[in-house]
Design a protein around this ligand. Structure first.
Ligand SMILES: [Zn+2]
Ligand SMILES: [Zn+2]
Length: 340
């Protein structure tokens, strides 16, 4: 596919990878360019990260997706059309579009500053069209301005793996010894933040995944092993990024008295039953849902300070199905990113 150059005409057909029916491969389709309405912008997509949540969407593991849907919620691009009433963004600005696409603004959660739990939200790439496309329309209020220059592919995974990873790190509390279960796109970013904060990182991977363990050590982990292993010291807290329910009792066994285990994913296989003794002594189990715009503002301020460098594997947009398959099989190190 041709990459658009600044000299290209602005009105072109939009290319998108579309999920028509759950469980089927995405199809490359051409659509008329979407028009932003009042309060919206249109973005010419430069890069869109592939998140594990996209797998849960295409596999039908999340309730009531919009169908057909264009997946993708780690979007970096430039504004190329602005709807009425949008003051904060203008054409050619470099922006990021995250998972949280819209909130109602008046439910109790919105009023309490917990818009991540809004009763009537829209989510990018799930209940409104996302970034596996050449163009995407977004509600301007939920879009993050990004620095004028920068590597678009490298920035894409920050929009969810980074941002919801950051929320999960806050939820984990202040503990110095922190465990990460699953060392993929989110953990490889959040490990860099945790190191910058001066924490000690314990990385847990699939049994025998020595490549992921070496990757974790390279990013500053003081210990890396299999998720069945007992770490050399009891942890203060642990974050579970892998969608595997069996990791919950494993992580509870790894944390000290009063320690906390955070489940960062949107979907997990069932959690096996476990003895109360591993939750006893004031251990806590917590899930993380979505993000707030405040999480994004905090996180994008930290990115340059912590010197975060992402590891990415770019794919052409038309190969989105291959990117999803590689993520599913655990073949990726770092984050897959689609480039239209
Ligand atoms: Zn709400
Ligand atoms: Zn995501």
């Amino acid at each position: 596919m041709m990459r658009m150059t600044p000299a290209a005409p602005k009105v072109v057909a939009m290319q998108a990878m579309v999920l028509e029916r759950l469980g089927e491969p995405l199809k490359l389709v051409e659509r008329p360019d979407p028009k932003p309405t009042d309060g919206e912008i249109r973005v010419r997509v430069a890069a869109c990260g592939v998140c594990r949540t996209d797998l849960h969407v295409v596999d039908g593991e999340l309730p009531k997706p919009k169908l057909p849907i264009v997946p993708g919620h780690e979007i970096v691009g430039r504004v190329d059309a602005v709807g009425g009433g949008v003051e904060a963004l203008r054409e050619d600005m470099r922006v990021g579009i995250p998972w949280l696409g819209k909130t109602c603004g008046h439910c109790r959660y919105c009023r309490e500053g917990r818009e991540n739990l809004c009763d009537h939200p829209l989510f990018t790439g799930y209940t409104r069209d996302g970034g596996y496309a050449s163009h995407v329309v977004a509600d301007a209020r939920y879009v993050f301005p990004l620095p004028e220059s920068g590597d678009d592919v490298a920035a894409a995974p920050l929009l969810c793996a980074g941002l919801i990873g950051w929320r999960s790190l806050k939820m984990a509390g202040e503990g110095k010894k922190i465990g990460f279960y699953g060392f993929g796109a989110a953990a490889h970013i959040i490990a860099q933040v945790a190191r910058w904060q001066g924490r000690d990182i314990y990385a847990f991977t699939r049994s025998g995944d020595v490549a992921a363990q070496a990757f974790a050590r390279k990013l500053g982990a003081c210990w890396a092993g299999s998720s069945e292993d007992t770490p050399p010291e009891a942890l203060d807290c642990a974050i579970i990024y892998a969608p595997v329910g069996a990791l919950v009792p494993a992580a509870l066994r790894a944390v000290r008295k009063g320690g906390r285990v955070v489940c960062a994913g949107i979907h997990m296989s069932d959690i096996p039953s476990f003895p109360y003794s591993i939750l006893w002594e004031e251990r806590q189990l917590q899930s993380v849902a979505n993000l707030t715009r405040k999480d994004g503002e905090e996180f994008f301020a930290i990115v340059p300070q912590a010197g975060i460098v992402t590891q990415t594997v770019p794919y052409p947009l038309a190969r989105a199905n291959d990117a999803l398959a590689d993520l599913r099989s655990g073949r990726l190190q770092g984050a897959a990113v689609l480039v239209p």
